[in-house]
Design a protein around this ligand. Sequence first.
Ligand code: IPE
Ligand code: IPE
Ligand code: MG
Length: 247
Amino acid sequence: MSSDRLDRIRLSGDVPSHVAIIMDGNGRWASERGLPRHLGHREGMKAVREVIQAAVDAGVPNLTLFAFSTQNWMRPAAEVSALMSLLQLYARKERAELRKQGVEVKVLGDLSRIDEATRRAVDDIVEGTRGGTALNLNLLISYGGREEILHAARVLAERVRRGELSAEEIDEAAFEDAFFTRGVPSPDLLIRTSGERRLSNFMLWQLAYTELHVSPVLWPDFDREDLFEALLDYQGRERRFGRVASP
Ligand code: IPE
Ligand code: IPE
Ligand code: MG
C-alpha cells in the first residue's frame, strides 16, 4: 500500500528501532457513540492489527503495545473480564496471520495474575509465532513500570543474599536483566493516543531518553497514517542524550 508519508519515512532512513504505544481512549470512543466500554476495546483490536502491519511496512523492528496495566486490575470486574476475553480472542484469531507476517509475539508482565484460559491462549500465540523475523511484538499485560523495578530489586537482593552477586556489581545491565522486558531495547519513540500527556506507570526506566509523541486520536481510530505521522515527527527530532548538539 503506497503512502506519501511512508515514502518520506523511507527516504529519511532513520526509522526508530523500537516504538512503544500506550493504546488509550477505547472507553471514550465507545462513550461518544453511546456504546458500552467493552465495544471500544473490541474496536481497538482492529487498530492493533492495522498498526502491526504498518510497523512491518515501515521497517520498525520492535513494537511494544501497552494493553493492560497493573492498575487496570482495579477497574470493574466486568470490564477486566471483557478485556481478558478479548485477549484470548485476539490470541486465537490472529496467531496464524501474525505468523504469516513474520511477527514474533512476546507477552510480558506479571502473568501470574491472569486466569488459566487467558494464560493458555497467551502461551499459544507466543509458541505459534516463535521465530518470526519481520517484527518483534511485545504485548505488555498486567504490567507496571514501578512493579517491574521493584521486582528487579527483589531478584537482585536475593542474588546478593545467595552470594551470586556483590552490591557493587549491581549496574544498569544487572537491573535490566531482571526486568519483564529483559532483552527488549529501550524505546526510541513512545506514542500515546487520546491526547493524554502522562506515562501512567509505563516503562518508567526504559523511557529515560525516549522521544514522546502524543496523538489526539482515540485508539480505535488510530490508523497506519497516524503511525506514519508519528514516525515522521520522530525523524524531525534531535536526540542529544545530555550531550551538546552535533555541529
Ligand atoms: C485503553 O483505553 C485500554 C486500556 C487501558 C485497557 P481506556 O479503557 O483507558 O479508554 P479511556 O481512557 O477510558 O477512554
Ligand atoms: C494506560 O491507560 C494503560 C493502558 C493503555 C493499558 P489508562 O487509561 O489506564 O491510564 P490513566 O488511568 O488514564 O492514567
Ligand atoms: Mg484510558
